[in-house]
Design a protein around this ligand. Structure first.
Ligand code: SAH
Ligand code: SF4
Length: 369
């Protein structure tokens, strides 16, 4: 064996692995490398995701030497609360969570009569730049790790446990574009659905994408256990491009090809999201163009009246315009639902709480017309 004389600068210490970053198989490999069997992996997994222990001290069911190895070589790191607000009806709780490096992301817990839903962030900021979106207005900071995505779920399950409630729905509709952070997002999904852990039902996990074409195709090929929602907002190249800059990279024709590929391969309905903006994309022309685009496909349109943001001066469509838009879609056989964004009074739109907490508030400017 040859030893080099060490005169170089010392290497920076390898960051300790966050246990929440590891899907079950990867956790097994880590432990196997230290000489522990799958039995020990299973005990640790249950402690992390069934009992939801929060410290190494609480790992009382594990062998002391394994706990010591974990203490020395791993970390148990969850996001912490930086700021939180409740909606006036008390059913929506919006959390601004702080990550290891001080970045903050939004997580929204929505309680309904018989179920709870969490809206998760997948990135700090977003590179896609949709003009009406508070996160898009911030720009991209970084991808979240799987553990930072899973950590948001553990944060809300801890809250729900206090009142004996459980989490049913997960929507990947918070800050960031999940298909721009594909691997980490899918590893997080794998952790969430693992039966011996959190055991969330795949049919209750919805991933919303701005239309990252390679990601949609990969999702179709890999048969990931999620429902797919595609944010359209415009049914012509010009209209979509004006609202969603990413559309210039993945034009509508390519996006729809990818959606058809997904639908045919997975035999699953796609939800299409449409932020309805007064006088912009709520016109009969856009409604007809959308009807023609989706006619014959297994599609459902979710219409979301625009949630006004500081950086975008337009207004949401009124109830009459919303109804007229839906009526035209119905003429093409397209079902649609109006989604009021819950917790508007607490800035619960994507990226809005962070914008409000970290920047002085300014009223949106009226449009010049
Ligand atoms: N990046 C993904 C998921 C996060 S955004 C995506 O774009 O799909 C989740 C949804 O909220 C998207 O449909 C997005 O267009 C919508 N959205 C963002 N800001 C909004 C706003 N101010 N008003 C209404 N919908 C908004
Ligand atoms: Fe990013 Fe989605 Fe916001 Fe667009 S709407 S900027 S893709 S988070």
């Amino acid at each position: 064996m040859c030893y080099r004389s060490v005169t170089m600068q010392p290497m920076p210490p390898t960051p300790l692995v966050n246990l929440y970053d590891l899907p079950r198989a990867a956790l097994g490999e880590l432990l196997a490398g230290w000489g522990y069997s799958a039995y020990h992996r299973d005990l640790l997994w249950e402690a992390l995701y069934r009992q939801q222990v929060e410290s190494f001290d609480a790992l009382t069911g594990l062998r002391p030497d394994l706990v010591q190895a974990l203490r020395e070589r791993t970390r148990l790191e969850r996001p912490t609360t930086h700021h939180e607000v409740f909606s006036s009806d008390g059913f929506t709780r919006k959390l601004l969570l702080r990550l290891r490096d001080g970045q903050t992301v939004e997580t929204v817990l929505m309680r309904f009569k018989d179920r709870a839903t969490v809206c998760l962030s997948t990135q700090a900021g977003c590179a896609m730049g949709c003009v009406f979106c508070a996160t898009g207005q911030m720009g991209f900071v970084r991808h979240l790790t799987p553990g930072e995505i899973v950590g948001q779920v553990l944060h809300v399950t801890r809250i729900l446990r206090e009142t004996n409630e459980s989490l049913r729905n997960v929507v990947l509709m918070g800050m960031g574009e999940p298909l721009h952070n594909y691997d980490a997002t899918m590893e997080a999904v794998d952790i969430l659905v693992e039966r011996s852990g959190l055991a969330l039902a795949p049919r209750f996990i919805t991933l919303s994408t701005v239309g990252v074409v390679p990601g949609i195709r990969r999702l179709a090929d890999e048969d990931r256990p999620v429902q797919l929602a595609v944010s359209l907002h415009g049914a012509t190249e010009a209209e979509r491009g004006a609202l969603v800059p990413a559309a210039r990279k993945w034009p509508l024709a390519e996006l729809m090809d990818a959606c058809r590929y997904y639908s045919e391969k997975r035999k699953r309905r796609i939800f299409y999201e449409w932020a309805l903006i007064a006088g912009q994309n709520d016109t009969p022309e856009q409604a007809h163009a959308l009807g023609q685009l989706l006619q014959g496909m297994d599609a459902h349109v979710n219409v979301i009246p625009l949630n006004p943001t500081v950086g975008y001066a337009q207004r949401p469509s009124g109830p009459d315009a919303v109804r007229a838009f839906q009526d035209i879609l119905a003429g093409y056989g397209l079902p649609s639902t109006v989604r009021q964004r819950r917790g508007i009074d607490i800035d619960a739109g994507c990226g809005q709480l962070k914008a409000a907490v970290e920047r002085p508030r300014r009223a949106p400017q009226p449009t010049a017309s």
